[in-house]
Design a protein around this ligand. Structure first.
Ligand code: SF4
Ligand code: SF4
Length: 219
């Protein structure tokens, strides 16, 4: 079940990345090298479902427990636990799990939202606006002239559509819950597999009962 969700989330991430890249190239908008200021906001929200791909990765790496404890230690508040204030090398960025970051981290500063009158406008990053006002102004004009840009709300709704019972919450809580959800799925799968092995052995042994090959007799 979780793997089915994960594939859908990853497919949405691929589409976001394609659209963001096309928009960035068209309007020459970019982040400041080594910036990461948006990651220091305490207001980053995410949906549990969109952190399942990362949860799977952390279980594969054997780091799930470590990150669950870190998320718990924050009381699920404050800066994202994946933010690295001092990356080991220049150019690596501040996100420890950049490839698995949620949708808001992919779209912020490079997508459009509707204003109060329903007109599309840039989801502006204040840092970009201060450092490169002309580029941001050009991006905003391009959006008002109809240049294709990824829709922030559109992608949020696509993510919500995968699991309508989900909701946005502080990112550290979403990380914790995604790890918990994926961990439960692993346990359930292991339990079902164990059950199937016992049943298979039992059925096998029925015909061989009494032979040296029979480990488990009928249950
Ligand atoms: S979106 Fe803005 S704040 Fe975030 S890394 Fe890029 S330039 Fe910095
Ligand atoms: S997941 Fe990565 S990109 Fe998103 S807020 Fe955390 S550190 Fe920043």
């Amino acid at each position: 079940m979780e793997n089915k969700f994960i594939n859908k989330v990853l497919s949405i991430y691929s589409e976001i990345d394609v659209q963001v890249e096309a928009f960035r190239s068209a309007v020459k908008l970019h982040c400041l090298p080594g910036c990461g200021i948006c990651c220091t906001s305490t207001k980053v929200d995410a949906n549990v479902i969109e952190l399942l791909p990362l949860a799977r990765e952390l279980f594969h790496r054997g780091e799930a427990e470590f990150w669950m404890e870190r998320a718990q230690a924050t009381r699920y508040e404050g800066i994202c636990i994946f933010y690295d204030p001092k990356p080991p090398r220049m150019g690596i960025g501040h996100c420890r799990f950049y490839a698995w970051r949620p949708s808001v981290c992919r779209l912020f500063g490079f997508s459009k939202v509707k204003d109060k009158t329903g007109k599309p406008r840039l989801a502006v990053c204040i840092v970009q606006k201060n450092i490169m006002p002309y580029v941001v102004e050009n991006a905003e004009k391009s959006i008002s002239h109809g240049i294709p840009a990824p829709g922030l709300t559109n992608f949020f709704l696509q993510i919500m559509g995968i699991d309508p019972s989900g909701r946005l919450m502080p990112i550290n809580r979403a990380i914790y819950m995604a790890l918990e959800k994926y961990g439960l799925e692993i346990q359930m799968t292991a339990s079902i597999n164990q059950h199937n092995i016992i049943e298979t052995n039992s059925a096998y042994c029925v015909g061989l009962e009494g032979s040296s090959q029979c480990i488990i007799t009928q249950i």
